[in-house]
Structure formats: structure tokens, C-alpha cells
Write a protein that binds this ligand. Structure first.
Ligand code: HEC
Length: 304
């Protein structure tokens, strides 16, 4: 009898938890699914949907350069998902990936001993965790990004923190992303309570807020504008936009972190980018990572 009660109480507690958890995630899930549906509709047949989605692109370009019938998981390679021309250049470069050495250097950093005998492996016993960042840390009352987690590990062990944009940080993240990819990991971002939900909402607000004299938001370019051409580049979609970091950019001739890329986009909007370990930057990444939930980790990768 007692065991029956204990069992049913335990079960009840579980359902209550599950209900609460899904409540905190409900809005984010709605956003994620709406975005997927929007992009699938947009890229189902770009030439046919010219008036609705691509009024400024010529019919010839839509016919010749755009893939059709893209589905959710296709979007994790950014622009290369739909632009045939960009994709063939991408595939040519991928034959000799310029980030292989970075993965090896990252692996060496993983086990390199700190002065106190610990190493990054102490903080990240499982390296296949790139898809679990960012998360909301209830003790810190703040979002923890992969970059801030790495620097926290260094600081907590009395080591000097790393540059958050390139070098050791990018190499180490290349190793973590590659380990996650090899283990078949996907983005799995959790929103476990009200504070986490608020952090997600703040990140979303940042993405949709218009800035600068052109009054553009990230969404102007990467949601409504996704698929349009800006000078000689076509715009990537919010869905799957950050599954591939760190990236080796031809423009940088170097490997860089997600923060390096995001800062560039904020500066291009005529604004000062938030600091890489600031709450604002981490909340932005939290929102973007949630929007890629369920998608494969695909880093490191290359971009123009
Ligand atoms: C004026 C248009 C514009 C705005 C506004 C803009 N971006 Fe971009 N963004 C670009 C272009 C152009 C690229 C390069 C092509 C591509 O991959 O989308 C790019 C690339 C990116 C990438 C890399 C995508 C990849 O596949 O590697 C990310 C991530 C990104 N932007 C995020 C943002 C965020 C976050 C904001 C808001 C803070 C923002 N962008 C605002 C134009 C814009």
C-alpha cells in the first residue's frame, strides 16, 4: 500500500514537473516551429513564391540559383542550403578543410595541465557537449555560454582567461564541436524555469529590435530578408544559423568564434556590440541556439 502511494506520489510529482517545464518552454517551442514553417514555405519554391517572398530578386536568378523543397534540417548549412552557386564553392573548399589543424590544437589544449594540475578536461569531462550551451545557471542567475564556461574554467583554476574571438578559444571550441558532431549530438537547449524563460525572451527581443539609422534588426536580414542578396552575399536563416561554429572564414583567413561573427553583424548595423561574456550577448546566443534545437552540431565549418 505504502509503496503504491509513494509510487503514485512520485509519478504525480514527475508530471507536475514535466508540465511546468513544458510551460516555460511553450513560447520558445512555438517560436521555433513557426520559424521552421516560415522558412520551409519560403524555400519550397522560390521562383513560384517570388511575389510573396522575393520581390527584389529576378525570376532568372530564382529559377537558376535557388534550391527547392528545403526542409528543416537543410538549413544548418546557412546560405549554402539554397544557393547552388555558393554551395558548389563551399563543397570545393570542404575537400581540403582549413580547420583540421585547429581541431588537433584544441585537443592538445583539452588535456594540457594547468599550474594546479587540473586541465580543461576536469571542467569538461565529456567533450561532446557543444549542443548543451548556452544554459541558464540558477546559481549564477545568468546564462552560461560555451565561451564563458571555458573562461570560467580557466579563471576558477587560476589561469589567464582567453581572447573570446579567436586563437586558443576558437581552437578548443573546434575540438568540442567536432567531438559533438562525431558523437551525433544535436542542439538540446533547455528552458527550465521562469528566469531562464526571461533570458530567452531578452535574447529574442535583441534579435528583433531595430537599430541604427537604417532601423534594421537581425530579423530584418535573417528572417524576412533570408534568401535575399545583400551585395554579393545571400542571407542565412535564423533556423540553423549557429550550428556550425567556430567557423573558418575566408574573409578573416582564420578560425573565429560565434561571438566574433555576431559582433561583426552588430557593428555592421552601426552599433557597438555587447561584450562577448556580457549577459546581453549570452542571452542573444541562448535564443539563437534554442531556435536550432533538434538540429545537428555541424562545427567547425567554413564560410565566406
Ligand atoms: C543588413 C543585413 C544584416 C543584419 C541587420 C544582420 N546581419 Fe547577420 N549577416 C549578414 C550577412 C550579409 C551575412 C553573411 C551571409 C550569411 O551567411 O547570412 C550575415 C551572417 C550572419 C551569421 C553567420 C551565418 C553563417 O551561416 O555562418 C550570423 C550568425 C549572423 N549573421 C547573425 C546576425 C545577428 C545576431 C544579427 C543582429 C545582431 C545580424 N546578423 C544582423 C547581414 C546582416
Amino acid at each position: 500500500m505504502l509503496s503504491k502511494i509513494v509510487k503514485s506520489t512520485a509519478l504525480l510529482a514527475l508530471t507536475v514537473c514535466a508540465l511546468n517545464a513544458s510551460d516555460f518552454t511553450a513560447q520558445a517551442e512555438k517560436d521555433r516551429i513557426e520559424a521552421i514553417k516560415y522558412f520551409e514555405a519560403k524555400f519550397a519554391d522560390p521562383a513560384k513564391n517570388k511575389d510573396k517572398f522575393f520581390p527584389y530578386t529576378t525570376e532568372a536568378e530564382l529559377e537558376n540559383d535557388y534550391e527547392k523543397n528545403l526542409k528543416h534540417h537543410d538549413f544548418n548549412i546557412g546560405t549554402y542550403a539554397y544557393s547552388k552557386d555558393a554551395k558548389s564553392q563551399y563543397e570545393a573548399i570542404k575537400e581540403m578543410p582549413p580547420y583540421e589543424d585547429a581541431i588537433d590544437e584544441g585537443e592538445a589544449l583539452y588535456t594540457k595541465k594547468f599550474a594546479n594540475g587540473n586541465s580543461l578536461a576536469t571542467c569538461f569531462p565529456d567533450p561532446a557537449v557543444a549542443g548543451n550551451y548556452p544554459f541558464y545557471d540558477d546559481k549564477k542567475k545568468d546564462v552560461v555560454s560555451l565561451t564563458s564556461a571555458v573562461n570560467d574554467c580557466l579563471r576558477d583554476n587560476g589561469e589567464k582567461e582567453w581572447n573570446t574571438k579567436k586563437g586558443d578559444m576558437a581552437n578548443f571550441q573546434a575540438f568540442l564541436a567536432n567531438s559533438s558532431k562525431e558523437a551525433g549530438k544535436k542542439f538540446d537547449i533547455k528552458i527550465q524555469n521562469e528566469a531562464a524563460q526571461k533570458a530567452y525572451e531578452n535574447g529574442k527581443e535583441f534579435y528583433y529590435t531595430q537599430r541604427g539609422y537604417l532601423k534594421m534588426s537581425c530579423a530584418t536580414c535573417h528572417v524576412q530578408g533570408a534568401g535575399q542578396r545583400v551585395r554579393n552575399e545571400k542571407l542565412s536563416t535564423l533556423t540553423g544559423q549557429i550550428t556550425q561554429f567556430p567557423v573558418f572564414r575566408l574573409k578573416w583567413d582564420d578560425l573565429g568564434t560565434l561571438e566574433r561573427r555576431l559582433s561583426g553583424c552588430v557593428v555592421d548595423q552601426g552599433q557597438v556590440a555587447p561584450k562577448d561574456e556580457s549577459t546581453q550577448m549570452k542571452e542573444l546566443i541562448y535564443f539563437m541556439a534554442y531556435m536550432s534545437n533538434g538540429m545537428d552540431i555541424d562545427g567547425p565549418d567554413i564560410r565566406k
